[in-house]
Write a protein that binds this ligand. Structure first.
Ligand code: HCB
Length: 214
């Protein structure tokens, strides 16, 4: 029987190899002994991060990154039955979650949505490349308590500030909490733009949403 460390390694390497079948096989094995959040964050996401590092160093090219992203998404989807919507049985709050305009990265945002849902929040995932005004419109429509804003590029990070500014203009800022996340976001950035919280990963997103909304 493989150890936890070996399973984590296998998950991560399967994503790096871009092989969907290998990812699914690794997930099947891992889910017998590990929680979905651990499989995603310590295994699959760690592999995706390594893909990012190799891409940055010019060791991998974009098609490889796209295939790795597909393989990772398949792995996350295979865990969805273990993270049923509203698993806790009560509605803890209403959250609108999306990736800002100009940014197509949505793997991390989708994981955050799934884990928030599974923790018992009503989540409206509005997708990626979402115009700023759509965050506000959706928050009004569903009477949201929180907006989660993902940005994966330094060039799109400003969109997080724009959502907060538009919330203020609409007189909604005191009614709607704002969480920001994504690789270039930091606690210092969240403080600078006046977000209520920054979450480094999906588990932290759940913990911080609970802290702010319960
Ligand atoms: Co993409 N890309 N990419 N990319 N990409 C990054 C983000 C770079 C950092 C890679 C690099 O150059 N080092 C870089 C951005 C550089 C910068 O900041 N200036 C980059 C670039 C440049 C680009 C393109 C412009 C490349 C090109 O076309 N030349 C292009 C973007 C086009 C556009 O958006 N307009 C592009 C395209 C792609 C894809 C399509 C190939 C693919 C995305 C597929 C998809 O998402 N459906 C992709 C990927 C996969 C990446 C990397 C390799 C991985 C991102 C990822 O999925 N990580 C990334 C490198 C990196 O980030 N290190 C690279 C895994 C997830 C689990 O982590 O950080 O997204 P996460 O999410 C975490 C965490 O941040 C937090 O919780 C999540 C779960 O734990 N979190 C939140 C995220 N959102 C949150 C919201 C909340 O409210 C709370 C917490």
């Amino acid at each position: 029987m493989a150890t936890r460390e070996e399973l984590i390694q296998e998950l991560s390497e399967a994503v790096i190899s871009c092989k969907k079948d290998a990812v699914l096989a690794a997930v099947e094995k891992a889910k017998k002994v590990m929680k979905p959040a651990e499989i995603i964050e310590n295994g699959l996401a760690a592999g995706m991060n390594e893909v990012g590092v190799r891409f940055e160093r010019g060791k991998l090219f974009l098609p490889h990154v796209m295939m790795a992203a597909d393989a990772m998404t398949a792995g996350v989807n295979a865990l969805k039955d273990l993270m049923p919507e509203g698993a806790s049985g009560k509605k803890l709050g209403v959250i609108v979650n999306g990736t800002v305009e100009g940014d197509v990265h949505d793997i991390g945002k989708a994981i955050v949505s799934t884990m928030l849902q599974s923790a018992g929040f009503e989540v409206h995932d509005i997708g990626r490349d979402v115009p700023i005004k759509n965050f506000i419109a959706k928050a009004k429509e569903v009477n949201a308590n929180m907006i989660g804003i993902s940005a994966l590029m330094t060039t799109t990070l400003q969109g997080q500030r724009d959502v907060i500014e538009l919330l203020k203009e609409e007189g909604m800022r005191d009614k709607v909490k704002v969480m920001v996340g994504g690789a270039p976001a930091t606690q210092a950035w969240a403080d600078k733009i006046g977000a209520d919280c920054y979450a480094e990963n999906a588990s932290e997103a759940v913990a911080k949403a609970k802290e702010l909304l319960l």
